[in-house]
Design a protein around this ligand. Structure first.
Ligand SMILES: [Zn+2]
Length: 226
């Protein structure tokens, strides 16, 4: 862990729980450029941690502080997720600069960091989210190449490979946490990017409706996902 302090944070609201974990990609051409921006007072952005592609972990903001990573955001009825989340920026050029798979050594560090955060804070699996989940109109990160299924197998976040009989897909997505006030294609694409990355159609097709129903059932039946 390399302490690289950023000035871009303030205090969490009094009494705010830390009960969300938000995963990002940096979306910049290099780790150095991302770290410079996340520590630049003029940029007014930061995260608690940055994980480089070689597995190095940088700590920028103490977990008690409110890092500025999520921006305008919403999940499960809660807006402004900076107040009550830990944010991790995972180095990747992103869709703008040459999106590529996340190396194994990087993901091993992401896993270890997430497990240590989950041990320190009561964060339900349902509240381990991507930036695109909580800001689907603005954000694509960490993107469809991010290994959510693998992370869930390590005990981090929610996943299912199942398909259940389809219900009302938007009602299911709202129950999972998405802000369904956005246009349906926006919300559905965000859901697919996380939970059905091989089926990013932007449409409420059978696979999407089936996966959404299965996830909702999983979320509502398993206390470990509360
Ligand atoms: Zn982000």
């Amino acid at each position: 862990m390399i302490w690289t302090p950023s000035p871009n944070f303030d205090a969490r609201p009094a009494g705010a729980a830390i009960d969300h974990l938000v995963l990002h990609y940096t979306g910049m051409q290099s780790a150095a450029a991302a770290l410079a921006r996340l520590c630049d007072p003029a940029a007014k952005v930061s995260s608690h941690y940055v994980v480089d592609e070689d597995g190095a972990v940088y700590a920028l903001v103490e977990e008690t502080g409110r890092a500025w990573h999520a921006g305008v955001s919403f999940w499960r009825g809660v807006a402004g997720l900076n107040d009550r989340s830990i944010g991790i920026e995972i180095v990747n050029p992103g869709h703008e600069w040459g999106y590529r798979p996340f190396p194994e050594v990087q993901m091993a560090s992401v896993r270890d960091l997430c497990l240590s955060i989950l041990a320190r804070h009561a964060i339900p699996a349902r509240n381990v989210v991507g930036h695109s989940d909580i800001a689907p109109d603005r954000k694509q990160d960490p993107g469809e190449l991010f290994p959510w299924a693998w992370l869930a197998a390590q005990g981090i976040g929610m996943w299912t490979d199942d398909f259940a009989p389809a219900g009302d897909v938007l009602a299911d997505l709202a129950a999972l946490g998405y802000d369904t006030r956005f246009p349906p294609a926006t919300v559905i694409t965000a859901f697919q990017r996380h939970f059905l990355p091989d089926g990013m159609t932007g449409e409420a097709d059978d696979a999407t409706a089936g996966r959404a129903a299965a996830l909702r059932r999983t979320a509502e039946e398993s206390t470990s996902f509360l």
